[in-house]
Design a protein around this ligand. Structure first.
Ligand SMILES: Cc1cc2nc3c(=O)[nH]c(=O)nc-3n(C[C@H](O)[C@H](O)[C@H](O)COP(=O)(O)O)c2cc1C
Ligand code: SF4
Length: 462
């Protein structure tokens, strides 16, 4: 992808100082924003058609304007949260952006502070991302020394490793010093430190969204619309891992077909199934001509999520694939809603039973029945993701599920949970957390024997 041989967001080499950022044209976006009225900045973001890159593709200008209106209506302050949790399996792009160009991200935050009138900005990032946290702290120090307007109102909040930390209402809880448990009320209605009289509505935006905002202000809405589609303009960062020759993070114009990303660039061969994160429907070879875009993928019955693709080839058992993804969701569900926690746990157990070669056709029917109710009374989107994942995968591969049950033999059960710890830039080697299989449904870690031995012990007890 290329604007002068590099991407719009990803530079050709890591930007190591604020001076380098300025040499690349950085700083111009903030300067222009400060020359405009706040509402004019929002109008420019709206003309650009920027949509959130955190998963839902919500129009950024609409979010900023809506939160401002709520704050004005209640004479309340408002706050900004930059979501750098990056907990979606298969996704590894916010950390790359922070390591490669932290200044554009921070510039986007300063622009959003000006445009929205937010009092403060908090960056929520996992404590375990030590490299990116360090890089951000250094860059924040530099823009503070350079007296960038807003720099003194930004802080970094480090949070837990749980998936739900990235869910926007759970992130507010963490910033308030609590566990990552999603709230019922959305941040744009009641945000950080909300009271009954002061809702303090909060804008939550992803790292990539805010980085785009900086370059949109620098180069203009028309420049941004020079790539992408009418409804999803611009470029986006995509991650591809799994059964591919070239795992990595790639910046592409939206509208690019899935085939280009998965086959031509990442080098998938014999593709069987792919997923964008764990909260979407399965992608099969029939979908390869679908363009990457929030609306385009939705029209094809798919979801783009945060653009992190996990690829499985025809050597894989689809039962293993679904089992590892549902196990993740069942562990990460927080348990505030019974149907979500118990439903995901039951589906994970049924799939483990199929993997052991001990299931009956009745178990498959139970899986589908449970999947219908897993979203009952849900506070957050997590079980909606499970429902899409399980329903679409069983539907697309029903013959293989039935045949695996009929065979009654164990499957290989050798797939890692595709949370990404690291992708080595030089070798392309992907590192996954080695202890995830020991994580318990209450989020503690068992320090007992590996899961295979536990399964064996369970079998012997029966
Ligand atoms: C279970 C769950 C996990 C999520 N994890 C992340 C995450 O790690 N990073 C992120 O930016 N958004 C995540 N989101 C989406 C956020 O809730 C929110 O929509 C997003 O940060 C808004 O930013 P945007 O408008 O710039 O896309 C998650 C959502 C759910 C339901
Ligand atoms: S829907 Fe699931 S993950 Fe979301 S709050 Fe309820 S129990 Fe927790």
């Amino acid at each position: 992808m290329t604007d002068d041989d590099h991407g719009r967001l990803l530079p050709s080499a890591a930007v190591t100082s604020l001076a380098e950022h300025l040499q690349l044209g950085g700083g111009a976006g903030l300067q222009r924003a400060l020359e405009l009225e706040p509402d004019e900045v929002i109008a420019e973001i709206e003309r650009a058609g920027l949509r959130g890159r955190g998963g839902a593709g919500f129009p950024t200008a609409t979010k900023w304007r809506g939160v401002k209106a709520t704050a004005a209506e209640h004479s309340s302050p408002l706050t900004l949260v930059a979501n750098a949790a990056e907990g979606e399996p298969g996704t590894y792009k916010d950390r790359v952006l922070i390591e490669q160009e932290p200044y554009a991200f921070l510039e986007g935050i300063c622009i959003a502070l000006h445009a929205s009138g937010a009092e403060r900005a908090h960056i929520g990032i996992k404590a375990k991302f030590t490299g990116p946290v360090q890089r951000l702290s250094e860059a924040l120090g530099e823009i503070g020394d350079a007296a960038w307007p807003g720099a003194d109102r930004i802080d970094i909040v480090t949070g837990p490793d749980e998936y739900l930390f990235g869910e926007e209402t759970a992130m507010l809880e963490v910033i308030e010093g609590k566990l990552p448990m999603p709230r019922i009320v959305k941040p744009f209605e009641a945000g950080l430190g909300a009271t009954t009289t002061r809702p303090n509505p909060t804008i939550v935006n992803n790292v990539e969204t805010l980085s785009h905002a900086a370059w949109i202000l620098a180069h203009g809405a028309d420049w941004f619309r020079g790539a992408g589609t009418d409804t999803t303009p611009g470029t986006m960062l995509f991650t591809v891992v799994g059964d591919v020759a070239h795992p990595g993070t790639y910046e592409l114009p939206l509208g690019t077909p899935l085939r280009t990303l998965l086959i031509d660039i990442a080098g998938a061969e014999d593709l069987k199934a792919a997923y964008s994160g764990v909260s979407s429907t399965v992608i099969t070879p029939d979908h390869l001509d679908v363009p990457l875009g929030f609306d385009e993928m939705q029209e094809a019955g798919l979801g783009m999520g945060s653009g992190g693709f996990i690829v499985y080839d025809t050597s894989r058992s689809i039962v293993d694939v679904l089992a590892v993804l549902v196990h993740f969701l069942s562990v990460e569900s927080c348990g505030q809603c019974n149907a979500c926690k118990l439903g995901n746990l039951e589906m994970a157990e049924i799939l483990a039973k199929v993997q052991r070669g001990e299931a009956t056709q009745g178990d498959l029917e139970r899986l589908l029945r449970r999947n219908q109710t897993v979203t009952d009374m849900n506070r957050c989107f997590l079980p909606v993701g499970s429902q899409l994942l399980v329903g679409s995968t069983v539907q697309a591969f029903v013959d293989e599920f039935v045949a695996t049950v009929e065979r009654g033999e164990p499957t290989p059960a050798d797939l890692p949970t595709p949370l990404i710890d690291d992708i080595d830039e030089d070798t392309g080697e992907v590192t996954y957390p080695s202890r995830y299989h020991l994580k318990q449904p209450d989020w503690s870690y068992a320090d007992v024997e590996p899961i295979e031995e536990r399964r064996q012990a369970l079998r012997e007890q029966r």
